[in-house]
Design a protein around this ligand. Structure first.
Ligand code: PEP
Ligand code: MN
Length: 340
């Protein structure tokens, strides 16, 4: 409450709290009076109190995200990926670091066959590739669509690689389930598409939730809570860079969010250094920083022939660069007591 608050003003706040079935605790200091609501405070909104006379400000003490919070689940959650199709699943979030490699987009069967072979040869256990692409311009390549899912599935199956691909539209969810997509990626542009989040929340498929390019960590956690509230707790956070004033690279890879998320949530955290830096030569340094800071894995763009990539050619590693990166990450993993 403001300094100089009157007893009537305090009573009005207490009565309002009680009218919602909660109790109130009044703490009078020499400078300030603080009124605490006791009970399920999610019934209350700060706006209900901010306009009352004598109130300085009001805030929630409990977090708006519950299921995803570490308060509700102390131990790290490990997500099992792709286990349903016979092969043993891949664990993400445990001691072993997982690198998800592959091209930005699915182009042709030949390109995906080659990429799958190279991803497996580099030692990766998971593969990425977009069939539905969220392009800034409507006149650029929009992705192969459903045909791309079939191409991807066929290429990856040969090497037992579970597949990660982006869902932009809930109307395509059935097609994703038919093609048995192993991990549904929600892209940066869809992080707050709440209806889409609710739909994937109804499935049991692991979901990679990318951070909105201008989203706060709290908004990101609440977006994850939308998925979790529907019953799907198989959520993986993915930092992919946030917008800033800097123009020397595509986005700022927020390394700081890694320890913050690891503290706030029990769910795994991975980093996409490719969309953060936007240039292939930056990717190894950013990838190493992410692993050193405690990320559980990486999402890295690799193309059999980056010069000919239909999308994000500048940031794709070639197969040799990708293999070299995997080698250098092993050293970092060892230093921090993790396996690759
Ligand atoms: C991608 O992973 O290819 C992609 C489009 O990522 P983002 O949503 O982070 O831009
Ligand atoms: Mn891309």
């Amino acid at each position: 409450m403001n300094s100089g608050v009157t007893d009537e003003q305090v009573d009005a706040v207490v009565n309002k709290i009680r009218s919602f079935g909660l109790d109130a605790n009044i703490s009078r200091g020499t400078e300030r009076t603080v009124i605490g609501a006791i009970g399920d405070e999610r019934k209350l909104e700060p706006e209900m109190f901010d306009t009352l006379p004598g109130v300085e400000y009001s805030m929630h003490i409990v977090k708006q995200y519950k299921i995803v919070s570490r308060e509700s689940h102390k131990h790290d959650s490990v997500i099992n990926i792709g286990g349903a199709r016979g092969a043993p699943g891949v664990a993400l979030g445990g001691n072993q670091i997982q690198v998800i490699g592959g091209p930005c987009s699915v182009e042709t069967q030949e390109q995906m066959d080659l990429a799958a072979q190279q991803v497996a040869a580099a030692g990766c256990r998971l593969m990425r590739g977009g069939a539905f692409k969220p392009r800034t311009s409507p006149y650029t390549f929009q992705g192969k669509g459903e045909e791309g899912l079939a191409i991807f599935r066929k290429a990856a199956d040969k090497y037992n690689l579970p597949i990660v691909t982006e869902l932009m539209d809930a109307r395509m969810l059935d097609a994703f389930l038919e093609h048995d997509v192993d991990v549904i990626q929600i892209g940066t542009r869809s992080m707050q598409n709440f209806e889409l989040l609710k739909e994937v929340g109804r499935t049991n498929k692991p979901v990679i939730l990318k951070r909105g390019m201008s989203a706060t960590i709290s908004e990101w956690l609440m977006a994850a809570e939308y998925i979790a509230a529907g019953g799907n707790h198989n959520i993986i956070f993915c930092e992919r860079g946030i917008r800033s004033f800097e123009t020397a690279y595509r986005n700022v890879m927020d390394v700081t969010c890694i320890p913050v998320l690891k503290k706030e949530t029990h769910l795994p955290v991975i980093v996409d250094p490719s969309h953060a830096g936007g240039k292939a030569w930056m990717v190894p340094a950013l990838a190493r920083a992410a692993i050193a800071a405690g990320a559980d894995g990486l999402l890295v763009e690799m193309h059999p022939n980056p010069c000919e990539a239909w999308c994000d050619a500048d940031q794709a590693l070639n197969p040799q660069e990708f293999k070299d990166l995997m080698g250098s990450l092993k050293g970092i993993a060892q230093v921090i007591g993790r396996s690759m």
